[in-house]
Design a binder for this molecule. Structure first.
Ligand SMILES: *Cc1c(COP(=O)(O)O)cnc(C)c1O
Length: 300
């Protein structure tokens, strides 16, 4: 684990050489250390793309990506099934800075073209959606977006970057709440933004630099250790989830299951087309039941 704030160079020449490439080297701790860079390399190997940027949380990865590619007067198309705090950011901070948001149906597909304005600069996706688990037709959305020079971002946390490869579908920016499956042990808060191109990566790196975003090398180390077992953990998550889903599907209290890897799910076909597997998170819609009964289930 490389910990650093100030870095001492042996000569002025060495300092000046390092200064020229300070985005790529340990020049001052805020820009990262070899531990940060090693985790960013691992995240890039996982997701594909040009390169990753580490930030302090998954939510910070989302907000940092949005403010990098939006400015006052711009318009954002945001999926309606998005993670709650992302919606909150659009409705508060982005709105206060003069950026407008339109929420769109996660199942919209290529019809998203009808919502595009001249000011639209970003289409944000999350597939499957938080809580409701709709699978989006990412290739169809990317196809429309790129005709209008609009950036496509994805919150790829559910697939962990292991089961869905955004850059194979020409998505511009992928986002991971590294907190979840990569870290894997509920002891880390961390986020990553992965860019498909060097140009976009530089823009992200400049935003994190100007904002003073920094992550702890110790936290990066924990994520590097966690990610080593991510494959076996995810394969078990999928097995366990399917066992639970089969059991729940036969319960009288259950109205519906929301899990794209379940053949009866309405997203199954798209999931099968675009994903190599499923993580463990799913939703259950219950029939009318007492709150106490739900609590008893959860506590048991
Ligand atoms: C947890 C989560 C986040 C936020 O990550 P934090 O590290 O908790 O800020 C973002 N998106 C999705 C889909 C998540 O599940």
């Amino acid at each position: 684990v490389y910990r650093a704030s100030t870095v001492i160079f042996p000569t002025v020449q060495a300092m000046e050489d390092a200064q020229k490439k300070k985005l790529d080297t340990t020049f001052y701790g805020v820009h990262g250390t070899p531990t940060t860079f090693a985790l960013e390399d691992a995240m890039t190997e996982l997701e594909g793309g040009y390169r990753a940027v580490s930030v302090s949380s998954g939510l910070a990865a989302i907000t940092t990506a949005l403010i990098t590619f939006l400015k006052s007067g711009d318009h954002l198309l945001m999926v309606d099934s998005v993670y709650g705090p992302t919606r909150n950011f659009c409705d508060t901070t982005l709105r206060n800075f003069g950026i407008t948001t339109t929420y769109y149906d996660p199942l919209i597909g290529e019809k998203i073209k009808n919502l595009i304005k001249t000011e639209t600069k970003v289409i944000f996706t999350e597939s499957p959606g938080s809580y409701t688990f709709e699978i989006q037709d990412i290739p169809a959305i990317v196809n429309v977006a790129h005709k209008h020079d609009i950036k496509v971002m994805i919150d790829n946390t559910w697939s962990a970057g292991y089961y869905f490869k955004p850059f194979d579908h020409d998505v511009d920016i992928s986002i991971q709440a590294t907190t979840k499956y990569q870290a894997g042990h509920a002891d880390v808060i961390l986020g990553h933004i992965i860019a498909q191109t060097e140009q976009d990566w530089l823009k992200l790196k400049i935003t994190t630099g100007t904002l003073g975003q920094a992550v702890s090398p110790d936290v990066c180390y924990l994520a590097l250790r966690g990610i080593r077992t991510m494959g076996v953990r995810l394969r078990q998550h999928q097995k366990t989830a399917l066992i639970l889903v089969e059991w729940l599907a036969n319960r009288p209290e259950v109205n519906n299951i929301l899990y794209p890897a379940w053949p009866e799910d309405k997203g199954y076909k798209l999931w099968k087309r675009d994903f190599a597997g499923a993580s463990g998170l799913f939703g259950v819609v219950l029939n009318q039941v007492q709150k106490e009964a739900v609590a008893a289930l959860a506590e048991g």
